[in-house]
Design a protein around this ligand. Sequence first.
Ligand SMILES: Cc1cc2nc3c(=O)[nH]c(=O)nc-3n(C[C@H](O)[C@H](O)[C@H](O)COP(=O)(O)OP(=O)(O)OC[C@H]3O[C@@H](n4cnc5c(N)ncnc54)[C@H](O)[C@@H]3O)c2cc1C
Ligand code: SF4
Length: 328
Amino acid sequence: MKPFDYQRPSSVEDAVQLLADTPGSRPLGGGTNLVDLMRVNIEQPEQLIDVTALGLTNITHLDDRVRVEAGVRNSDLANDALLRERLPLVSAALVSGASAQLRNMATVGGNLMQRSRCSYFYDPHAACNKRQLGSGCDARAGFHRLGAVLGTSDACLSAHPSDLCVALAAADATVQVRSRDGEREIALTDFHRLPGDRPDIETALEPGELITSIEIPYLPSGFRSSYRKVRDRASYAFALVSVAAALRVEDGVVTDVRLALGGVGTKPWRATAAEEYLRGRPATATEFTAAADAELAAAQPTPDLEFKVALARRTVTATLRDLVEVSA
Ligand SMILES: Cc1cc2nc3c(=O)[nH]c(=O)nc-3n(C[C@H](O)[C@H](O)[C@H](O)COP(=O)(O)OP(=O)(O)OC[C@H]3O[C@@H](n4cnc5c(N)ncnc54)[C@H](O)[C@@H]3O)c2cc1C
Ligand code: SF4
C-alpha cells in the first residue's frame, strides 16, 4: 500500500478545504471498499479525509421527504422505523446488500461512490479500461457473469454494484454535494454516468466535492413498493438482477409506477420505457412482462449474459405481480 496522509476534520468546511488543497485527496467513509482497493494499489490517494467525525449522521423526516446525511451507516438507515413504513423499497434494498458487519461500517456516501465489482478491475495484471484507460477490457472475452446488458460500451460492461442506489433511482432521490465553492444538488439518476469511452469517470461528482446528504421524497399515498434481488446465493452476494418497484393500481389499472433495475445496467437503471408502457394499462402479469420487454429491447447482452435478459423479464413481472396481490 502506498503511504498516505490521514486527516480527521470535525466540520464540513474544513473537509472541503482539505479536499481542495490536496488534489489527490479522497473522502473515507467506512472504508469497506476504498481500503480494499488501496491494499491492492488500485486506489492510491495522497490523503484520506475521514468523514466520520463531521457529524453527518442525521436522518431527518420532513413533511414530504427524508433527508439522510452522508455519514449515516447503512444499518442505521435500514433500521429506521419511519423509512421502513414510508419507503419500504429503500430499507429492503439496504438489507439485501453485503453483510450485517459491512452494513454496520458502510456509509450512505460510500455506497453511492462504491466502485465496480468486476474481477478484472481488481486484478492489476488484467487489461481494464476503468482502472487504466486505453488498456482494454479483459472481461469481454473472460468471466463476466456480473456484467451489464444495458448502457454498456465497447470500453466497459461492468454492472453498477449498489442495491441502495437502485431503490434511490426508483424513488426520485437527489444527492446534495458541497465544495469550497458552494453547494449543488444532483438527481440520483444523473449522478452515475454511462461508461461510454471514459469508464474511468463514474459519477458526476467533481474533484473537491463531498456528498453531504441525500433526499428521498416519500411515495404518494396509494403506492406499494418493494425491492427484489436475485443472486447466486441467498445472502452476501451482488445482484444478478434486482428490481425496485413502486406501483399504484386503481380499479385494476396502473395509475402510476416507478421502476429501476440493478445488476443489468452500467448505472442504477431507471426503467422509463417500462414505466411509460405501463401507465394506464391493466395491472396484469401479461402487461408487466410487456413492460419489461419495452425496457429490455435496448439490451445488448454478450452470449454469456443472455440469461440476464430473461431473468430480468421474469423478475420485473414477479415483483409487480406481488405488489398487486398484496394490494388486493
Ligand atoms: C464483501 C462485500 C460485499 C458487498 N455486497 C454488497 C451488496 O450486495 N450490495 C451493495 O450495495 N453493496 C455491497 N457491498 C459494498 C458496500 O456496500 C460498500 O463497500 C459500501 O457501501 C461503501 O461504503 P463505505 O462507507 O465503506 O465507503 P468507503 O470504502 O469509505 O468509500 C467508498 C468510496 O466512496 C467515497 N466516499 C465515501 N464517502 C464519501 C462522501 N461523503 N462524499 C464523496 N465520496 C465519498 C470514497 O472516497 C471512496 O471512493 C459489499 C462490500 C463488500 C466488501
Ligand atoms: S468490464 Fe469494465 S471494469 Fe471490467 S475489465 Fe472491462 S473495463 Fe474493466
